[in-house]
Design a protein around this ligand. Structure first.
Ligand code: ADP
Ligand code: MG
Length: 694
């Protein structure tokens, strides 16, 4: 960017018309400091005035606007923080009531005689038109630059800043600066995708003449946002593959030796995944592979195979699990397989005693220990490997993007295999794990029993508990899952402690029960799990900490309370804890009185489908990405305009183009790509650890 342009865009926001010292201070609160910040502070919504009518000609439930004068203002306080502000607005054809619930501050915003534009879907209530929470434009006397517009921008505000002034300031920014920023995309790409050029899109998003102009502008910025993200992901991918890695081929001899140790005949998908993993590990570039597969599909065996390949070449392997319980469970599996072998392994977790830990660290450093299983503890600075060849990360979504970098070995990179049982919608995989190749386990190992899932209505709960007792008397074990409700939360659901209390003194009092939740110490959790696994405890009442991986084949029935709080993918994981042995699995979802219609729809879908991937897609489209898939949880900055689900077609295009561009110009050094490179590094340089590109 040339200096004069930079200067103009980076000048303080006060240099613009309509922005004085006081308003600049208000803007600063919203993070708007420079002229450019204001120019790129896009409206969060639009007031659609395309259907403006006299009040007398309104139609029910259509989005319409009316223009009138305020004749009455009232507030009703109903106690407990509940209130209702209502105003009466008149034009020549009739009058209309507008209401705001629980926004008492609205009362102070009106005065009689005021001219307003209101937009909402009106309803006829008792012979009177009513608009609930309409969008408002105050019509001032002075000439308004947006007068006559059919779509009015609605900006995010801060206290003390009115929409009216925000619009004027944004207007000045657009008038003075829309043409200044340089185009980000190469000419050719703009043409090929029919993308609105930058200046046109800036005008279109702030001051759309009509819906079509707005869509064209929005599409440009959505494409841009996703394109820059995909450039970053592709660049990271290229960088990761640029380091050398030790080639670790699974020769016929190695393969045969490992297979002799495996306790089962592998499924077809396990064999396919192993072939893909082996092909990667044979190269002198690091494997970066995501192994995804439904709960119980047998990912662990694939990982153990890969680890033993590394060990066969004299390398060390490490497996990171999200919890200590899981790390120890993997250790048990490994112990069973390695009884007759010389491979040495150790568990390293937060709960490992100091002396033992030091001993283990020394043996890892000397190479005596071949395989390390653990939690985050294995990526601490104090852990030095002699010769690390493979890193396996179980349940990748619990680890941040950057944590992997911590296991790099000088100039050499180990191979990486990350596993997830969380069915992830494709669009998210492409984004969060876009730097990984993917193997998928598509079948469950033979003999697995299907899990029958039921919605248990309030008046059928007694029967459900009878069913649970019957299973327990047959010698099976049971889980009861409830949320760890915090006091601040409002939805009523029993907390896990309450559920435990109620059941031990009620429906399940005849049985040996234990309570498990994430706030217990690691040692207590471990002991509780051990007792359950050994059958000492018959019923485990738990929070979702048992979600991942816990494997007790004798447990055949699960009850979930407060299920509406969990995502479907998470519920699917939870229910995968039962039906793991030779006994059919049952999952009862207790439905509460207050379950919303949408909540019921989701849970019904859950009870009917056993396909975790389909459930994840469904949840994603009904609830949005949510926490589980939130980009922020992975340490990525949030998307501003784009929505991975809604905009998935644009995402596919952006991904294709970005991959092409990075393969032609790795590091984006071409002059034509300079602005893209700038944007990519500014937004993702740190989060994705790609700052040193080129
Ligand atoms: P996940 O993919 O959920 O991590 P696991 O690796 O824990 O699944 O495997 C689930 C269960 O299936 C375990 O009890 C495991 O021992 C068993 N298992 C894995 N592979 C096979 C196989 N090929 N045949 C039979 N049982 C298997
Ligand atoms: Mg697992």
């Amino acid at each position: 960017m040339n200096d004069a342009i930079k200067q103009t865009l980076l000048s303080p926001v006060e240099s613009l018309r309509h922005v004085g010292r006081e308003r600049a201070r208000l803007l600063e609160r919203m993070g708007i400091r420079t002229a450019s910040d204001l120019l790129f502070d896009f409206p969060r919504d639009y007031q659609d005035l395309s259907d403006e009518r006299p009040i007398g000609e309104l139609e029910e439930d259509e989005l319409q606007s009316v223009r009138g004068t305020v004749t009455e203002i009232a507030i009703a306080n109903k106690g407990f923080g509940k209130s209702r502000v209502s105003i009466l607005v008149q034009d020549e054809s009739g009058s209309l009531r507008a209401t705001w619930f629980n926004q008492p501050f609205m009362f102070g915003k009106f005065h009689e005689g005021q001219q307003l534009l209101l937009t909402a879907k009106p309803k006829m209530r008792g012979m009177m038109w009513e608009m609930s929470h309409p969008q408002i434009t105050w019509l001032a006397d002075e000439e308004d630059p947006l007068a006559g517009r059919k779509l009015l921008p609605v900006y995010a505000l801060t206290e003390g800043l009115s929409q009216y002034y925000m619009r004027r300031m944004a207007w000045s920014a657009v008038e003075e600066l829309a043409e200044v920023p340089e185009e980000v995309f190469p000419e050719e790409l703009l043409r090929r995708y029919g993308i609105a050029p930058l200046a046109e899109a800036i005008r279109g998003i702030h001051q759309p003449a009509d819906q079509e102009t707005l869509e064209r502008a929005r599409r440009r910025f959505i494409f841009q946002e996703l394109f820059v993200l995909q450039l970053a992901v592709s660049t990271r991918r290229a960088l990761q593959r640029s380091l050398p890695a030790p080639p670790l081929p699974a020769t016929t001899k190695v393969d045969a030796r490992i297979r002799r140790l495996l306790p089962f005949e592998l499924t077809e998908s396990q064999n396919r995944a192993i072939a893909e993993v082996s092909a990667d590990m044979a190269l002198d570039r690091p494997m970066n592979r995501l192994l995804q597969g439904d709960v119980g599909s047998g990912k662990t065996l694939v990982a153990l195979y890969a680890m033993l390949v590394a060990v066969a070449h004299g390398k060390q392997a490490v497996l990171m699990a999200p919890t200590e319980i899981l790390a120890r469970q993997h250790a048990d599996t490994l112990a069973g397989m390695l009884e007759a072998s010389r491979v040495r392994f150790a568990v390293l977790a937060g709960g490992t005693a100091k002396g033992e830990r030091e001993q283990i660290l020394a043996e890892i450093a000397s190479g005596e220990i071949n395989v390390v299983l653990g939690t985050h503890a294995v990526i601490q600075d104090s852990v030095k490997f002699k010769d690390l060849g493979l890193v396996v990360i179980d349940e990748q979504h619990k680890f941040g993007v950057k944590q992997r970098a911590a296991l790099r070995q000088g100039d050499m990179s180990p191979h990486y295999l990350v596993m997830t049982a969380t069915p992830i919608p494709r669009t998210v995989t492409m984004t969060l794990f876009g730097d990984l190749d993917i193997s998928t386990l598509t079948e469950l190992p033979g003999g697995r029993q299907p899990i029958n899932t039921y919605l248990v209505e309030p008046d059928h709960q007694a029967r459900w508990w009878q069913f649970v007792r019957d299973r327990l008397r047959e010698g099976r074990q049971a889980y009861v899952v409830a949320p760890l409700v915090d006091e601040s939360e409002t939805i009523s659901a029993p907390s896990v402690a309450e559920a435990f209390e109620q059941l031990t003194n009620g429906e399940l009092e005849a049985f040996r029960m234990a309570l498990l939740h994430g706030r217990m110490t690691a040692a207590d959790k471990q002991e509780t799990m051990d007792l359950f696994r050994d059958g000492e405890t018959q019923v485990l009442v738990s929070t979702s900490v048992i979600e991942v991986g816990v494997d007790v084949p004798n447990a055949s029935v699960m009850t979930v309370a407060g299920a509406e709080r969990f995502g479907l993918a998470q519920l699917h994981q939870l229910r995968g804890r039962v039906g793991r042995g030779n006994h059919a699995g049952f999952c009862g979802v207790l439905v509460s009185e207050e379950l919303s219609e949408q909540g019921r729809e989701r849970l019904t879908a859950f009870s009917k489908s056993t396909d975790g991937f389909a459930l994840a897609e469904l949840d994603f489209s009904m609830r949005g990405p949510g926490d589980l898939f939130g980009t922020q949880q992975h340490g990525l900055p949030p998307l501003r305009l784009a929505d991975l689900q809604r905009d998935r077609e644009i995402l596919e295009e952006a991904r294709r183009e970005a991959q092409l561009l990075v393969s032609e110009d790795p590091g984006l050094k071409h002059a034509e790509h300079e602005r893209l490179r700038e944007q990519m590094l500014k937004r993702y340089g740190e989060a994705l650890d790609i700052s040193d590109v080129g």
